[in-house]
Design a protein around this ligand. Structure first.
Ligand code: AN7
Length: 353
């Protein structure tokens, strides 16, 4: 293999992610597509210069891989034998995969029955100890914090600053692509780790003179799980977007700071709006993202309807996770296939071209 072949975000952005070569744990994450989406823009607001950063094409199918490669590498550097996390699904999939790669024991604590099928299958396949609690993500996070305090287990939720350092590389990639930062950056908000990490990345590039502006950060929570918008903890969060079914975000304070420092906003979108954008994305952009990811697009749709944008504005939406993670929601929100006898005449009779 050529020495210059792509080998993941730590080697790509060495200066921002310092660590000795021998400790690097990577699945060659990052370098994800930043796709122009003019047909989708046409549906939302003609003239919008819309791009999709498809994080579903990371090795485990979500943006969590960027944070996990650095958090697990740093855990290995420290000599940790085990890592643990609470998760709505994607963090557990990434922790399980990177932990397997590093030969670490992995413990994941998830809300029973509230994890998308693909994510559960990933944690199980990679050999993590999976504990389902009869409770929600916020309770799982409290339990895993106790575990990390009372053991030598490394906590790899986004309260671990190494996670955010890794995740900021998505902002680096976007600025490298445009040779500038976009005007607006929209993304879903759960624990608010990712919006914090992107802002950190944009600020770093700006400070280094690699961009001349910083974007306004547009964060979107699901209405039934929108503590930051409401300004109070949501005890029983509910949303079809199970990845962001979070009532007490771990990075709440920093989310408010990002909103204010960037001149952006954090708003809520309903499940109906999320599902409409979930389908718009699949039909008009050709990207199949999971429901939580569609919250970024749903938010842009909502703002566009309010007259927020003008023609030519450049907006990047992060699609945080792959649609294949959650086949149940995909099938439940699509027309069902027709079943017919294996007979050409009957099959052709129902096909509309
Ligand atoms: C697809 O996996 O919290 O605001 O435990 O999986 O940084 O929390 C996942 C979060 C958006 C929200 N989109 O990001 C977990 C978890 C997808 C996600 C988010 C998540 P943050």
């Amino acid at each position: 293999m050529s020495g210059s072949a792509y080998q993941g975000i730590i080697r790509r952005y060495r200066d921002a992610l310092p660590i000795a070569e021998e400790h690097i744990v990577t699945l060659h994450e990052g370098n994800t597509p930043l796709l122009p989406a003019p047909q989708l823009a046409e549906q939302i607001f003609p003239g919008l210069d819309l791009y999709l950063k498809f994080e579903g094409l990371n090795p485990t199918g979500s943006f969590k891989d960027r944070g996990m490669t650095y958090a697990v590498s740093k855990a290995v550097e420290k000599g940790a034998q085990a890592i643990a996390c609470a998760s709505t699904g994607n963090t557990s999939a990434a922790a399980a995969a990177y932990g397997a790669r590093a030969g670490l024991k992995v413990v994941v604590i998830i809300p029973a029955g509230k994890i998308a099928l693909g994510k559960l299958s990933q944690a199980l396949m990679h050999g993590a100890q999976v504990i389902q609690i009869e409770g929600n993500f916020d309770q799982a996070l409290e339990i895993v914090r106790v575990l990390a305090n009372e053991s030598h287990c490394e906590l790899v939720n986004s309260v671990n600053p190494n996670r955010l350092m890794g995740q900021q590389t998505a902002a680096f990639e976007i600025c490298d692509y445009f040779a500038e930062a976009p005007q607006y950056h929209a993304l879903p908000v759960g624990n608010a780790g990712n919006i914090t990490a992107y802002w950190q990345g944009y600020e770093t590039y700006f400070a280094q003179g690699k961009s001349t502006c910083k974007p306004q950060m547009l964060g979107f929570q699901a209405e039934g799980a929108s503590p930051i918008v409401k300004g109070e903890i949501v005890k029983n969060p509910e949303t079809v977007a199970s990845a962001i079914r979070i009532g007490n975000p771990a990075n709440w304070e920093s989310a408010l700071k990002v909103r204010d420092d960037s001149g952006g906003l954090i708003d809520a979108v309903t499940d109906t709006e999320i599902l409409a954008s979930y389908q718009l994305l699949a039909r008009y952009a050709g990207y199949f993202a999971e429901p939580a990811s569609a919250a970024s697009v749903a938010g842009v749709v909502k703002l566009a309807q309010q007259g927020f944008f003008k023609a030519g504005d450049r907006v990047v939406c992060t699609l945080t996770g792959h649609g294949l993670k959650d086949p149940d929601n995909a099938i439940a929100n699509s027309p069902q296939p027709q079943t017919l006898p294996a007979d050409a005449k009957q099959v052709l009779s129902v096909i509309k071209l």
